[in-house]
Write a protein of this length. Structure first.
Length: 237
């Protein structure tokens, strides 16, 4: 199996340039923010998302300045999400290091996450990368991650009840409409496939009223074991 560095090798030079641009995109005149973002940069992850951006660009016309901005936007939003998740989950470690909320407490961690989110959005607005914002906003609008509370296996549609944060990071009980029993059965899903307590990531089509916290499932992933489900090709959903 190839290592991350071996996979990264064709775009290694671009990643090196990206790291400098990413660091610059987080700069602040506020000393505390600057110290915290420096801590974040020094404890970088595997950079999977920027790698996908660069590889995609390399086969779709080539890597340019817009590519670097897109990679920075994705990584800024991802980092902001991780910081907010650590607050919601009361987690005090991230990548074997202390999390932001562990070192600087929850209120500052939330503000740092908001700061990174705003930096990413402003980077795109400043450079008129509105298509980036459209793509990212759509992805964020249709995705929830949380704990499964109940799985009702029935017709005409199976239902999931999931406890997950909303756009304001407030925990909400979401209702997720799934397929009918027959369709799920053909895809190998039974009443025992998912159990209360499972952590799931769900993407889907939201209802017209966002305050209803309702989704029609398009994909479901259980990260702990990699189990996945997606709408069957040709399904009228």
């Amino acid at each position: 199996m190839l290592s991350i560095n071996e996979i990264k090798k064709p775009i290694a030079a671009d990643i090196d340039v990206f790291e400098g641009k990413f660091k610059a995109s987080m700069q602040s005149s506020v000393p505390l923010l600057d110290r915290i973002t420096h801590y974040i940069v020094k404890r970088k992850g595997k950079q999977i998302r920027p790698m996908f951006v660069f590889f995609s660009a390399s086969i779709c016309g080539g890597i340019n300045e817009s590519t670097h901005r897109g990679a920075a936007l994705v990584e800024l939003l991802h980092t902001a999400t991780l910081i907010h998740d650590d607050v919601v989950d009361n987690s005090y470690q991230r990548r074997s290091f202390f999390s932001i909320n562990a070192l600087w407490k929850n209120k500052i961690a939330v503000l740092v996450g908001d700061f990174l989110l705003s930096k990413g959005l402003l980077l795109s607005i400043k450079n008129k990368d509105f298509k980036f914002l459209e793509i990212v906003s759509e992805a964020m609008r249709q995705m929830i991650e949380g704990e499964l509370l109940q799985f009702v296996y029935r017709n005409p549609h199976a239902l999931l009840q999931v406890m997950a944060p909303d756009a304001n990071r407030q925990m909400q009980r979401w209702t997720v409409e799934w397929e009918a029993m027959g369709q799920l059965g053909h895809q190998g899903v039974t009443s025992m496939t998912l159990k209360p307590g499972d952590r799931v990531v769900i993407t889907g089509n939201p209802g017209k009223n966002t305050t209803d916290h309702w989704l029609r499932a398009q994909t479901i992933v259980r990260p702990k074991d990699g189990w996945k489900w997606a709408v069957a090709p040709g399904s009228m959903r």
